[in-house]
Design a protein around this ligand. Structure first.
Ligand SMILES: [Zn+2]
Ligand SMILES: [Zn+2]
Length: 392
């Protein structure tokens, strides 16, 4: 029984660490221990490690660690790509080794041996496509196409030059400091892909996310079917009720069945929980990016809009307080106006509220759900270059 409890504690701890690492900065976890664990994993632990290494090895040890960090986080490198392939390979290996002996079973048919391999293969192909495809590199040869495809909104994108590439910066583009190139419709630099996610590979990236979501779901469901089949095949319920005299009700049987599963199929249970957690995280990540695609916004633009809106709010507040100061000065000078009626005052919006309405996100690139999705499938710059070729 102690082993079962150890397994349960191990599972809870794994879920807590994974969720804290990936979602700890979400607003719902603000001020909670999940946020604290996230801080410790992402910043605190590394900070302690640096300090300890300085104490033990001196400044040379600290500098060596900093240069490794610079290589892994600031320069293009395949570390996370190798980790991704390792996770997929090891998980599939454990599933094959631990569970394929139960196929065909009562519920899981032989076909899953083949379809699981195809599903993993397609996932890896999508990973390769996203990792090695051009995300939409802007250079001196194609910059005019991008300039005509993406007009400036003069709110978050104004006409300027990239100080590194020395070419005009099309609207929605960004210079990626890791890849050292300008990317059209820049979303973010993805460490897992060792590539930027931009205009031309957002489709592959979305396909990668949704495919891996279904892949994990498929894996968890098939493992569940294998376990349910074994429960049926080995007549566990019959043995428990007839031989052990346990009452034939869900509440009486459930603890015994769970104990039997944890004792006989702990590898499958661990794999199922791992797949379910990754599946949930992928669902959240895909949902966020699907919302961005449907509204024709990028992750980069989301930050830009946040900055713009908070800047406008501050500006408005400054305007309101200067107007209030002016009014109080004129009041002191005795420039009294006819007093406003109480009814008028009641229905009139406060200046702060009126200004708040003015600060809205006016995304000129959002052209409706269908056109936004069409833009993901058939990027604007491809259309612009097609038109230019036709004109020639
Ligand atoms: Zn650039
Ligand atoms: Zn990049």
């Amino acid at each position: 029984m102690a082993l079962q409890w150890l397994l349960v504690c191990h599972l809870c701890l794994t879920v807590l660490v994974v969720v804290s690492f990936l979602c700890g900065q979400w607003p719902i976890f603000e001020g909670t221990f999940v946020e604290k664990i996230n801080y410790f994993i992402t910043v605190g632990a590394y900070d302690y490690f640096l300090r300890i290494s300085e104490v033990v090895c001196g400044s040379r040890g600290r500098n060596a660690i900093l240069s490794v960090e610079h290589y892994c986080c600031q320069r293009p490198n395949p570390t996370l790509q190798i980790i991704y392939l390792g996770i997929v390979g090891v998980t599939y290996f454990f599933i094959v080794k631990s569970s394929f002996i139960y196929i065909p079973g009562y519920y899981a048919s032989e076909v899953h041996k083949f379809t699981s391999l195809v599903a993993v293969g397609v996932g890896v192909i999508l990973f390769v496509l996203t990792s090695f495809s051009d995300p939409g590199t802007v250079n001196s040869k194609n910059v005019t196409e991008y300039m005509s495809a993406y007009p400036y909104d003069n709110i978050i994108f104004t006409e300027k030059q990239c100080s590194t590439c020395k070419i005009p910066k099309p609207a929605r583009s960004k210079h990626c400091s890791v890849c050292d190139r300008c990317i059209a419709r820049f979303d973010h630099h993805c460490g897992w892909m060792n590539n930027c996610i931009g205009e031309k590979n957002t489709l592959y990236f979305m396909a990668f996310l949704i495919w891996h979501f279904f892949l994990c779901l498929y894996g968890a469901v098939v493992l569940g079917l294998i376990l349910a089949g074994e429960l049926e095949d080995r007549e566990v319920i019959y043995i428990l009720t007839v031989h052990y005299g346990i009452e034939n009700s869900f509440s009486s049987l459930a603890p015994h069945v769970v104990q039997w599963f944890l004792g006989s199929f702990n590898t499958q249970i661990l794999l199922m929980v791992f797949l379910a957690v990754v599946c949930l995280l992928l669902a959240g990540f895909f949902g966020y990016h699907a919302h961005l695609c449907l509204t024709n916004t990028t992750t980069n633009e989301t930050f830009k809009w946040q900055d713009y809106i908070s800047w406008r709010k501050k500006l408005n507040e400054a305007k309101i307080s200067s107007a209030a100061l002016k009014a109080s000065i004129s009041g002191m000078k005795g420039e009294s106006k006819r007093p406003e009626s109480k009814w008028k005052m009641f229905f009139r919006k406060s200046p702060l509220e009126a200004e708040r309405v003015a600060v809205v996100k006016n995304n000129i690139y959002d052209k409706g759900v269908f056109r936004n999705l069409y833009e993901i499938v058939y990027p604007l710059s491809r259309r612009a270059s097609f038109v230019q070729r036709k004109l020639k």
